[in-house]
Design a protein. Structure first.
Length: 70
């Protein structure tokens, strides 16, 4: 298993355990990972799909601060 495969697997596992993905999203990422391993998609496409579900990338607030309420 290459380093990218391991990294992608770990990122998907993180999304799963943090609850960022559920149900069909899990299967979709699994199928994309299989396609990547077969050479059907590039690493950039795989990372983009993972980043789409990674809410940490979109948060602008440090984790130790409260989220403002309206």
């Amino acid at each position: 298993m290459t380093m990218a495969n391991t990294t992608f697997s770990q990122q998907i596992e993180y999304l799963l355990w943090t609850g960022a993905i559920e149900g069909k999203e899990i299967l979709d990422l699994y199928h994309l990972l299989k396609r990547y391993k077969q050479g059907a998609i590039h690493a950039e496409e795989m990372q983009e799909a993972i980043n789409f579900h990674n809410l940490d990338l979109f948060l602008d607030i440090p984790f130790d601060e409260d989220i403002p309420t309206l």
